[in-house]
Design a binder for this molecule. Structure first.
Ligand SMILES: [Zn+2]
Length: 247
């Protein structure tokens, strides 16, 4: 039964991915809003967080690929795929630039301000599920593989386990990583009350994964797998909020 449901979701996501490719290759205006459904409190809202941005580029690969740019690219693809499935979404940022207030004078203050602004978005969103998109980096080039890190909130671990299973089955069977509790130093993930998973999609320090991250195909694949992982867990997540389970 579970296998059948999984197959159905995989097929549906694949169709959506094809539609998405067509959609992405058709020109669209910069910053134009796409068919995103606004949260009204009657269903789950998927908050997609493109990690870093503005003055904080995150990790940078040896050849100069910047994490914040990759994160936003993957996040946008998830947003489009999710919208295709009728999922209500909110993005914590939609551009590389971030507007800081004049009172935030240092880089550290600006980063704190940005994190607090994101926290406010999450806390003001009813029935939220939070997915934060990041890329990993390590001192040597051997580590690889996507990893789902969960917040210490209800539903997070289950969502991460589902995602991690898909990372192995659909992205890389060699991936030996397991879903794990996020470090308690990560601000957003430890200050929210909704189900939340931070995905480390790939290692910028691993030449093979870094090369994959430069391709549209792989970023689409990542987004497809992450969206499928969310859809598979949607009923359980709805249950946390006492919402009607989707048809
Ligand atoms: Zn990061």
């Amino acid at each position: 039964m579970r296998k059948k449901a999984l197959l159905f979701i995989s097929a549906a996501v694949l169709i959506a991915a094809v539609v998405l490719v067509v959609f992405l290759t058709t020109k669209r205006g910069d910053g134009a809003r796409r068919g995103v459904i606004k949260p009204d409190g009657s269903s789950l809202t998927l908050i997609i967080d493109a990690g870093h941005g503005g003055e904080d580029g995150g990790a940078v690969s040896p050849s100069g690929l910047v994490e914040s740019v990759v994160n936003l690219d993957v996040a946008r693809r998830i947003e489009l795929l999710a919208a295709f499935f009728g999922v209500t979404t909110v993005m914590t940022r939609e551009r590389e630039d971030i507007d800081y207030s004049d009172s935030a004078e240092t880089t550290r203050e600006r980063k704190t301000e940005d994190q607090r602004a994101r926290l406010k978005i999450i806390n003001n969103t009813p029935n939220a599920v939070f997915l934060s998109i990041h890329q990993n980096i390590f001192a040597d080039e051997s580590p690889f593989g996507a990893e789902a890190l969960y917040a210490p909130t209800e539903g997070s671990r289950e969502l991460a386990l589902g995602l991690q299973e898909l990372f192995v089955s659909s992205l890389d069977p060699e991936n030996r990583r397991s879903a794990a509790l996020i470090q308690d130093t990560i601000y957003l993930m430890n200050n929210i009350s909704c189900p939340a998973v931070l995905v480390e999609c790939a290692f910028l320090s691993n030449p093979k994964e870094e090369a994959l991250l430069r391709t549209d195909e792989y970023k689409l694949k990542l987004a497809t797998v992450i969206t499928a992982g969310y859809l598979q867990n949607r009923d359980e997540l709805s249950g946390i909020y006492g919402l009607e389970v989707s048809a």
